[in-house]
Design a binder for this molecule. Structure first.
Ligand SMILES: NC(=O)C1=CN([C@@H]2O[C@H](COP(=O)(O)OP(=O)(O)OC[C@H]3O[C@@H](n4cnc5c(N)ncnc54)[C@H](OP(=O)(O)O)[C@@H]3O)[C@@H](O)[C@H]2O)C=CC1
Ligand SMILES: O=C1CO[C@H](CO)[C@@H](O)[C@@H]1O
Length: 333
């Protein structure tokens, strides 16, 4: 590609797109947001004006028909990820799709196949993985300082249960805490261990007041050598966003593990034989780094950090967690 920046189009005007991902692309080195689309033209125009986006479209189809757009960001409710990823790929656009990439691994496979057929890149927007903290944490583990990993615990909870119309409380849209936030500690454990779990056991509370979506879930993922991830996630509990890696000789605590601090330096803690030290990590915008990963792969041909096979493997784990929670069984992967 001869141009210097990837021209992004965004489908949908609210939520995480407006709050963080559009500013992230605008701060990235490789991308610019060239157009935004909404189901309502006025909303698109207002959002474009407020975020300095040159073009606004009153439908997603019109944006996909714009030949000036190279890549599309899909921050729609979960049940629309597959449809709009495939439509974007068929229109020749590279795709960054929000987490979870799909409702299940079958959908993820179809999305990966459509992108491969169209010759476009596909990435899942697990922005936290692009934060340099995770490479630093893996370095601490590789140094042997905390010894052999014996277990990982992750938690991601928040409380917006009063917002009854939220897409997270609609079952057909792929609502529920596992899809919304449980996916983060699951993704982080797979990232840190560099392997897939062998079995999943999840207990969830499906709320009749919230369209039977899971409002809270606790789970156990079994990895090789007796290592386990224990996690909990929830949408009607006080906010927590943490990860802990427990070794034979020490442990690593990661505060703000999945959504890093805004405009502030980050850190994590390493405790070995009772001595706790803080490892400082200067502020970065992980949404910008996420955009640059796909941007560099398109503009410079560099490999994406996470392949599309990771998307399907991750969704297989989520499938197993869902099945375990719904059927109250241990699911072998
Ligand atoms: N990586 C991260 O940090 C985060 C990721 N997410 C992910 O982003 C996705 C969207 O979440 P969030 O931004 O909170 O969602 P919102 O409900 O805030 O926004 C979703 C957007 O989708 C569009 N849309 C299209 N069809 C529908 C529909 N039938 N109902 C409602 N909205 C529709 C709307 O845009 P319009 O009306 O303009 O067309 C709306 O602005 C999810 O997959 C979620 O998991 C969410 C928060 C943080
Ligand atoms: O991905 C996400 C980041 O965290 C939010 C909670 O605080 C979630 O709702 C969202 O979907």
């Amino acid at each position: 590609m001869s141009q210097s920046k990837l021209r992004w189009g965004v489908l949908g005007c609210a939520g995480i797109a407006k709050r963080a991902v559009i500013p992230g692309i605008q701060q990235s080195q490789t991308g610019e947001v060239a157009a935004i689309a909404s189901r309502g033209e006025e909303k698109a125009k207002e959002t474009a004006a407020s975020l300095n986006i040159p073009k606004a479209y009153g439908s997603y189809e019109e944006l996909l028909a714009d030949e000036q757009i190279d890549a599309v960001y899909v921050p729609l409710p979960n049940h629309l990820h597959k449809e709009w990823t495939i439509r974007a790929a068929e229109a020749g656009k590279h795709v960054l799709v929000e987490k979870p990439a799909a409702l299940n691994s079958q959908e993820a496979e179809e999305m990966v196949a459509a992108c491969a057929k169209a010759g476009v890149k596909l990435a899942e927007a697990f922005m936290y993985r692009h934060h340099p903290r995770y490479a630093m944490i893996r370095d601490v583990i590789a140094s042997g300082e905390i010894g052999a990993i014996r277990g990982i615990h992750g938690a991601f909870t928040f409380n917006n249960a009063k917002d009854a119309n939220n897409v997270r409380y609609k079952r057909y849209m792929g609502g529920g805490s596992l899809y919304d936030v449980g996916v983060y500690p699951i993704s982080a454990a797979r990232l840190i261990l560099g392997q897939e779990p062998q079995a999943a056991t999840v207990h969830a509370f499906f709320s009749s007041e919230h369209d039977q979506v899971d409002m809270m879930a606790s789970g156990l993922l079994e990895f090789a050598d007796g290592v386990a991830l224990t996690f909990d996630c929830g949408m009607w509990a006080a906010g927590r966003n943490v990860l802990e890696i427990i070794g034979t000789d020490g442990r690593i605590e990661v505060p703000c593990a999945y959504v890093s601090r805004q405009n502030a330096d980050d850190h994590f803690f390493v405790t070995v034989r009772g001595e706790r030290r803080e490892v400082a990590v200067p502020y970065v915008n992980h949404y910008a780094l996420q955009a640059d990963d796909i941007g560099r792969s398109v503009l410079e041909g560099s490999p994406q950090r996470f392949g599309t096979d990771d998307i399907v493997r991750g969704m297989k784990v989520i499938d197993a967690c869902m099945q375990s929670a719904q059927e109250r069984v241990r699911v072998v992967l």
